[in-house]
Design a protein around this ligand. Structure first.
Ligand code: G3H
Ligand code: 13P
Ligand code: ZN
Length: 305
């Protein structure tokens, strides 16, 4: 299929109360794992690239690889810029053919966030490209997403933000963090805040930092030489509750990284003589596919393509 917009995917998920998974992709194996999972689960999907992924792989190569993979598949998929902060890069993504852009100006105060978001909406609407923005802040740290404290999204501010910016999807903060170390205390999301936001905001809602950090992956990675301690994610039951109460797009990166790391460590530890990259990365692709398939079922997007 050809690439579709985020708006078209999320219009359906909002109407029918499920979420579409947005998976971060940096290289060919992760991309293939996500596409294979979507085909096997017959699920729509959002392929997203962070600014860090683009600087790692290069915009042209990453975009052409994703476009070709989607066009060779039978599933509807959007290509989305995740946490766009650099206006020059946002413009390049728009002109190369991204069907969706996230402008993340959530680290600015309310008025400035609105101003920057509106600027990107005006660039995108001319070309029929969807826009996601964020209000409140997700915690945690990734390469290009600075560590910060969680500031929960205020429901009435969310309504005003959506009305004033004209965005297509809103990322909200209800207790999640990026990365593998999400909770100091109870692994719980603020579902009552989500319900209040959903009553006021009619556009699709997005949950970032939603990896569940499967314990079996962490302990197997540790068994084969990793040293990851204290990792904790969002339990599947909390993700399911968030989807039930109005989340329509769920972002996942950390679980894919953990699956990749576990598999590569296991393969290398068990096959000390192996040095063919295909024999090392092939199993990693399969492990990531399993994780993505599980999440598509959890989000309720399986069978919706
Ligand atoms: O939300 C952040 C994503 O996990 C991307 O992380 O900037 O390290 O590519 P990255
Ligand atoms: P995780 O770190 O929980 O996978 O979140 C990824 C994310 O929100 C990408 O935008
Ligand atoms: Zn994020």
């Amino acid at each position: 299929m050809s690439l579709v917009t985020l708006k078209s995917l999320l219009y359906k998920s909002n109407k029918n109360n499920y979420a579409v998974g947005a998976f971060n992709v940096n290289n060919m194996e992760v991309l293939e794992a996500v596409i294979r999972a979507a085909e096997s689960r017959k699920s729509p999907v959002i392929i997203q690239t962070s600014e860090g992924a683009i600087s790692y792989a290069g915009l042209k190569i990453l975009f052409s690889m994703i476009k070709t993979a989607v066009e060779n598949s039978k599933i509807p998929a959007a290509i989305h810029l995740d946490h766009g902060r650099n206006l020059a890069l946002i413009k390049k993504c728009i002109s190369i053919g991204y069907t969706s852009i996230m402008i993340d100006a959530s680290h600015f105060e309310f008025k400035e966030n609105i101003k920057q978001t509106k600027k990107v909406v005006s660039l995108c609407e001319k070309k029929g490209i969807s826009v996601e923005a964020e209000l409140g802040t997700i915690g945690g740290a990734e390469e290009s997403v600075v560590a910060r404290k969680i500031i929960y999204t205020d429901p009435s501010a969310a309504k005003e933000f959506v009305d004033r910016t004209g965005i297509d999807a809103l990322a909200i903060a209800i207790g999640t963090s990026h990365g593998a170390f999400k909770f100091a205390g109870r692994q719980e999301l603020d579902i009552s805040r989500l319900k209040q936001i959903k009553k006021l905001v009619k556009i699709p809602l997005v949950l970032h930092g939603a990896s569940c950090v499967p314990l079996w992956l962490v302990s197997r990675a540790n068994k084969f030489g990793a040293k990851i301690s204290g990792a904790e994610g969002v339990p599947d039951s909390q993700v399911a509750l968030a989807v039930k109460n109005g989340i329509n797009k769920v972002n996942t990166d950390t679980d894919l990284r953990l699956a990749f790391t576990e598999s590569v460590r296991e393969t290398l530890a068990k096959n000390k003589k192996e040095f063919d990259p295909r024999k090392i990365l092939g199993p990693a692709r399969d492990t990531i596919q399993k994780i993505v398939e599980h999440r598509m079922k959890l989000f309720g997007s399986a069978g919706k393509a």
